[in-house]
Design a binder for this molecule. Structure first.
Ligand SMILES: Nc1ncnc2c1ncn2[C@@H]1O[C@H](COP(=O)(O)OP(=O)(O)O)[C@@H](O)[C@H]1O
Ligand SMILES: [Mg+2]
Length: 112
């Protein structure tokens, strides 16, 4: 199952996401949490240590994602590499064995 959490800044997305991730993990589900917020702080909310947070690296999008366009012009992104491999290389395993990957961050002024 994939759950996407989006919405207005400050509305509680990160808090809800971290709580859901750890609650589901404690119930025995294998949970991976992916932060795609330009101001990423899901790792902190999940309770990672500063050392674990320092180990998170942003995967180069072009290396792991391919864009597809269907016959009707709808665009989607597809992983080029197995998720576990990407997680192992760029992510960390946090509390309750939640895997975490940070996809973006502040890229510089005017860069989105
Ligand atoms: N249910 C809640 N009740 C009170 N404060 C909350 C609740 N959920 C989140 N917060 C607080 O609101 C602020 C914004 O939450 P956050 O999860 O960072 O929002 P977002 O990720 O949508 O920007 C944080 O200081 C957080 O601790
Ligand atoms: Mg947030």
């Amino acid at each position: 199952m994939r759950i996407a959490v989006s919405g207005k800044g400050g509305s509680g997305k990160t808090t809800i996401t971290a709580t859901l991730a750890r609650t589901l993990a404690r119930q025995g589900y294998c949970v991976n949490a992916i932060d795609d917020d330009p101001n990423p702080n899901l790792a902190n909310a999940l309770g990672l240590t500063p050392d674990q947070i320092a180990r998170l690296r942003r995967p180069p999008r072009e290396e792991i994602l391919a864009e597809r366009v269907d016959d009707e012009g709808h665009r989607s992104l597809k992983l080029k590499r197995p998720f576990d491999e990407v997680l192992q290389e760029y992510g960390v395993c946090g509390p309750d064995h939640v895997g975490i990957l940070t996809m973006t961050g502040l890229l510089g002024a005017g860069k989105g």
